[in-house]
Ligand binder design. Structure first.
Ligand code: BEZ
Ligand code: FE
Length: 290
């Protein structure tokens, strides 16, 4: 009896895989057949009740309903919090190119943000004044001139402009360009740690699994330059209490940077317009050639 049940269950998997055998695109065929194999193996392992399976479908339905084109993308959040985004990142950056490490893109990027001068202040909301600066280079040390650094970070309330409609649209966002020496400078505020959104299905999942939603403080970078591979990464604040338990598993040791206190009147203060003490972080990026 038992054996017959097992055979019938296995036959379903074989039938579906066989039904996909004529998929014209070979990559799609691989993707679909593997999906069915793994999905069926999962169901076989956990043996859900019908109520549990419906709850799973309801969870995915709720996730889809919390996606819009711009500022809320619950499926990215789900992929991030299950570690899938960082696994895809690791698989796609296996070869050592000498480039700066990558990390998650996240759901809060907005294209077309203001182009800013070297050292321009992108903070329109209060916080601890900061200068983040350094160079962009090729692996052989050649400066990369004209690289565009597209930056985004949260305000001190832990929310991104776009997500928080009370903030000006371009607040703590902007596109900076390296000069002929590959130098960039961003005037901003020191990033703060913040919780990812918990008002949707991903929040329910974190709560039900006794996980916290916090990300360590970070500044997002997407760096693009002719003839180089695009770099998507963050700079994390050294010493942040959540570095070891990032809700989306994005931290890498090479991406941590110290913010160091500089007094009023420091040599860099007048150049970048700081009229009191500020924090300085220095970081050099390396872009792999394409
Ligand atoms: C972010 O850093 O903006 C982010 C990344 C993954 C999930 C949620 C937020
Ligand atoms: Fe972020």
């Amino acid at each position: 009896m038992e054996t017959n049940h097992t055979a019938a269950e296995a036959a379903i998997t074989d039938q579906v895989i066989e039904r996909l055998a004529n998929t014209p695109d070979p990559r799609l065929k691989t993707l679909m057949q593997a999906l069915v194999r793994h999905l069926h193996a999962y169901v076989r392992e956990v043996e859900p009740t019908e109520e549990e399976w419906f709850a799973a479908i309801q969870f995915l339905t709720d996730t889809g309903k919390m996606c819009d084109g711009m500022v809320r993308q619950e499926f990215i959040l789900l992929s991030d919090t299950l570690g899938v985004s960082m696994l895809v990142d690791a698989i796609n950056h296996r070869q050592a190119t000498g480039a700066t490490d990558t990390t998650v893109f996240g759901p809060f990027y907005i294209a077309g943000m203001p182009e800013r001068e070297c050292g321009e202040n992108m903070a329109e909301t209060p916080g601890r004044p900061a200068l983040v600066h350094g160079h962009v280079r090729s692996p052989d040390g050649t400066p990369v001139a004209g690289a565009v650094l597209d930056i985004w970070q949260t305000a001190d309330n832990g929310m991104y402009s776009g997500q928080d409609t009370a903030q000006p649209a371009g607040n703590l966002r902007g596109r900076y360009r390296t000069d002929a020496d590959g130098y960039y400078a961003i005037r901003t505020i020191v990033p703060v740690s913040y919780p990812i959104p918990t008002d949707g299905p991903v929040g329910r999942m974190l709560n039900a699994t006794d996980r916290h939603p916090w990300r360590p403080a970070h500044l997002h970078f997407m760096i693009d330059a002719p003839a180089h591979r695009k770099l998507v990464t963050h700079l994390f604040n050294q010493g942040d209490p959540y570095l070891d338990s990032d809700a989306v598993f994005g931290v890498k040791p090479s991406l941590q940077v110290a913010y160091e206190e500089r007094p009023a009147g420091h040599a860099l203060a007048s150049r970048f317009g700081f009229d009191g003490p500020f924090q300085e972080a220095r970081y050099d990026f390396v872009l792999a050639p394409r």
